[in-house]
Design a protein around this ligand. Structure first.
Ligand SMILES: *[C@@H]1O[C@H](CO)[C@@H](O)[C@H](O)[C@H]1NC(C)=O
Ligand SMILES: *[C@@H]1O[C@H](CO)[C@@H](O)[C@H](O)[C@H]1NC(C)=O
Ligand SMILES: *[C@@H]1O[C@H](CO)[C@@H](O)[C@H](O)[C@H]1NC(C)=O
Ligand SMILES: *[C@@H]1O[C@H](CO)[C@@H](O)[C@H](O)[C@H]1NC(C)=O
Ligand SMILES: *[C@@H]1O[C@H](CO)[C@@H](O)[C@H](O)[C@H]1NC(C)=O
Ligand SMILES: *[C@@H]1O[C@H](CO)[C@@H](O)[C@H](O)[C@H]1NC(C)=O
Ligand SMILES: *[C@@H]1O[C@H](CO)[C@@H](O)[C@H](O)[C@H]1NC(C)=O
Ligand SMILES: *[C@@H]1O[C@H](CO)[C@@H](O)[C@H](O)[C@H]1NC(C)=O
Ligand SMILES: *[C@@H]1O[C@H](CO)[C@@H](O)[C@H](O)[C@H]1NC(C)=O
Ligand SMILES: *[C@@H]1O[C@H](CO)[C@@H](O)[C@H](O)[C@H]1NC(C)=O
Length: 661
């Protein structure tokens, strides 16, 4: 009888009395308390009363507001940013925003506008950004402008404009961005350009308009921050038309699916009669590339030749001493020496990423680039059995090197000896073969960021990362450790300066208590997407104020002894763990309630067990592990029966004892 009773008692004790509080669903989502709300795609016909009048940023696109009245937004007088894209707005009535003095941005994109009252934009004195993309307008007179002295950017893309001319009354003195992309503008006249002259440092976007003619002298002595003529069929028109202008950045690229004329050296002669700092010619074909093609490019500081189908650049180009940045992404080089780097002796930035052919690094191809600081060779099918000293000979000023997403690279000890000033080295998703016991990264005294994610590293070599005294960020994501365990002696012990350590997706099952000894400066540890249990957290016992990401592990019950370790950290992420919400985990659940502010994204912290609470948010669980009335009744009965049993046995024992005296 007694065992049966105690079983029942246990059952009562552990059947936790749970209550789930489900918070009432809000229609709009709050992105920043009292300030930022998202109400997109809700089919709303008015501004919900639930939005507080303190709302500053409102994302309200894809609702239904055919007419906007002075009452529509009258409650939200603190608005700064308003997005009402695609709300089928036809009419904006008088004084719509009369009390909205702080309003800075209005997005009206994708509304079939029919009418805007003359006073509809009165009120916001600091209106800076206006979006009229896809609104069907064809004339700037449509926009009531007399109150827009502070307007900085006006987006008019995908409409029916045929001219860029601003009305004489248009307040353009502060205008910085004028975007006419994808309209039907084919000719630019002198008058058109004169109407923009109050706007200094303007960025004018005419991409997708296919300019067919520019009046001679239209750009004479005009100056622009950016001019974008992307997608123009005949670039001669542009080069001729821009004579005597000054342009910081000229975008003349095109798109793969557009038909256009090849660029000839004769066309590029037009650049001699204007002043340009940076030019982009992406996706064009060159009919004849020779040193002569570069004659009028000598003033350039930046040249972008992305996807221009190049197999080489000619040698003997002269005068390119100003060029600092050269972009040669997505071309067809076979060998790095084919870019004839010696033509561009002042380069500080060189990008050759996404090369279409297997790129052979050769030997010393960049040795004349003594000022090179930034080199990106990612995604270029580079394979080398012994990188990188011969290949990067003389690059002594290199600071950023990106070799990510390449083919296997063999690294010997001190593989980056030629570039001792490296600050960032990105080798992600490139299989590294280190055949020596010493560190290939030895003596990189300035290296701060090392990305070794998915490098198939031999993590058992404790010297792999030796000689990096200033390393702050180490990404080891996707590398595996023997038996899924980080042992006591491991490769992290030589990098005591680390502040950020990423060990996500490493298939970790456990971490030795002492594994992170010596990492005293850690501020951010990412252990997400492993198979760690609560016990491994003791390895973090000496960290304080750390951001700790333990999302998507196998943590079910959090042992009592790790709670002090968790308490010490600043932010913790435990999302997507199979958390236990029974009384076996009551210590953690209690501690959790008291430390809600430590947790990142509470929405995704849900119970996995017991089945009745599966999927319920941890913060909604009310667990009571006290004994219920039924429990007390059974305990009383149990104790009563136990006492009787005890008295009887004592009696029996004493009787037996006296009988045997
Ligand atoms: C949000 O507004 C409410 C009501 O006005 C106020 O009680 C609360 O303190 C505000 N919260 C923040 C974070 O500003
Ligand atoms: C809106 O306009 C109407 C008529 O023009 C006016 O009577 C009313 O006071 C205005 N409402 C607000 C909130 O300004
Ligand atoms: C011109 O505009 C660009 C960005 O649009 C800005 O970086 C630059 O400082 C501006 N120059 C002047 C002289 O205002
Ligand atoms: C460019 O400037 C030169 C000298 O000021 C002038 O002679 C020439 O006509 C100008 N060209 C155009 C197209 O305005
Ligand atoms: C391209 O434009 C130039 C200058 O306007 C003109 O001379 C040339 O004929 C045009 N080419 C084509 C193929 O239209
Ligand atoms: C440069 O401008 C001058 C004067 O306007 C003109 O004669 C010459 O042909 C132009 N050169 C080029 C390459 O367009
Ligand atoms: C290597 O760089 C130095 C300056 O750092 C330069 O003087 C020398 O010419 C370069 N060597 C070669 C082979 O280009
Ligand atoms: C290196 O290149 C890859 C691919 O192009 C890119 O995703 C990564 O952000 C680059 N690394 C750095 C540090 O910019
Ligand atoms: C490698 O890590 C650095 C620093 O976190 C990051 O900027 C870079 O984008 C990463 N590279 C890739 C290929 O993701
Ligand atoms: C780690 O967890 C994943 C998913 O939870 C599972 O598929 C995998 O088998 C686990 N690995 C080990 C080694 O337990």
């Amino acid at each position: 009888m007694a065992p049966a009773v105690s079983c029942l008692l246990l059952a009562v004790l552990f059947a936790a009395a749970c209550r789930v509080i489900i918070s009432s669903d809000q229609m709009c989502t709050e992105k920043e308390v009292n300030k930022t709300y998202n109400c997109e795609y809700l089919g709303l016909r008015e501004i919900p009363d639930t939005l507080p009048s303190t709302t500053e940023n409102l994302e309200f696109s894809f609702n239904f507001l055919p007419t906007i009245q002075n009452t529509t937004f009258s409650r939200l007088i603190n608005l700064i940013f308003l997005d009402v894209a695609r709300c089928q707005i036809n009419w904006l009535h008088e004084d719509t925003f009369q009390s909205h003095h702080q309003l800075n941005t209005i997005i009206l994109t994708g509304n079939p506008l029919i009418f805007m009252a003359e006073t509809s934009l009165n009120g916001p004195k600091f209106l800076k950004h206006l979006f009229f993309i896809q609104t069907g307008i064809s004339n700037l007179e449509f926009i009531p402008v007399h109150n827009l002295e502070n307007l900085e950017s006006l987006y008019l893309g995908s409409n029916h404009f045929t001219s860029i001319e601003l009305p004489t009354s248009f307040p353009s003195q502060n205008l910085k961005v004028l975007d006419f992309q994808n309209n039907a503008i084919h000719y630019l006249t002198k008058n058109n350009l004169d109407s923009l002259k109050k706007a200094t440092n303007l960025s004018l976007n005419l991409i997708g308009n296919d300019i067919k003619g520019i009046e001679p002298g239209a750009f004479h002595l005009k100056s622009f921050q950016t001019l974008n003529f992307g997608g123009t069929f005949n670039l001669s028109v542009i080069f001729k038309g821009l004579q005597n202008s000054t342009i910081q950045s000229l975008w003349l690229g095109t798109f793969e699916d557009l038909e256009d004329q090849d660029i000839t050296s004769a066309m590029l002669q037009g650049l001699c009669n204007m002043s340009v700092e940076s030019i982009n010619l992406q996706n064009h074909y060159f009919s004849d590339i020779s040193p002569a093609s570069f004659e009028c490019l000598t003033q350039l500081q930046e040249l972008d030749l992305t996807a221009t189908h190049l197999q080489d650049l000619p040698s003997g180009i002269e005068g390119m001493n100003s060029l600092k940045k050269l972009v040669l992404n997505v071309n067809k080089f076979h060998q790095l020496c084919q870019i004839n780097a010696a033509n561009f002796p002042s380069l500080t930035h060189l990008y050759i990423k996404g090369n279409k052919n297997k790129l052979d690094l050769g030997a010393g191809c960049l040795e004349r680039l003594e000022n090179l600081q930034n080199l990106d060779l990612s995604h270029s099918y580079i394979e080398d059995s012994d990188c990188c000293n011969l290949q990067f000979r003389n690059l002594s000023h290199l600071r950023y090197l990106n070799l990510s997403y390449n083919k296997p690279l063999g690294l010997q000890s001190q593989a980056f000896r030629e570039s001792p000033r490296l600050e960032l080295l990105d080798l992600a998703v490139t299989h590294l073969r280190v055949s020596v016991p010493q560190s290939p990264f030895q003596n990189l005294h300035f290296l701060q960021i090392l990305n070794l994610s998915y490098c198939l590293l031999d993590t058992s070599n404790p010297h792999l990362l030796a000689g990096l005294p200033d390393l702050r960020l180490l990404n080891l994501q996707g590398n595996h450790f023997k038996d899924g365990n980080i042992p006591k002696t491991n490769l992290l012990q030589t990098v005591g300066s680390l502040e950020i350590l990423i060990l996500a997706y490493c298939n970790l099952l456990s971490i030795d208590q002492q594994a992170f000894q010596g990492l005293e400066k850690l501020l951010h540890v990412d252990l997400s997407y492993n198979n760690l249990t609560g016990n491994s957290i003791s390895a973090l016992h000496h960290f304080k104020g750390t951001y700790l990401n333990l999302a998507a592990n196998s943590i079910s019950i959090m042992p009592l002894h790790v709670l002090p370790t968790l308490s010490q950290q600043s932010i913790i992420n435990l999302n997507y763990n199979p958390l236990d919400c029974t009384c076996s985990n009551i210590h953690f659940l209690k501690w959790f309630k008291e430390n809600l502010q430590k947790f990142e994204d509470l929405e995704e912290m849900v119970c996995a067990t017991p089945p009745t609470l599966k999927g319920v948010k941890l913060c909604d669980v009310k667990l009571s592990c006290r004994i219920t009335a039924v429990g007390i009744f059974f305990i009383v009965v149990f104790l009563f029966l136990f006492s009787i049993l005890f008295i009887l046995s004592v009696k029996f024992f004493l009787r037996w004892k006296y009988q045997h005296i």
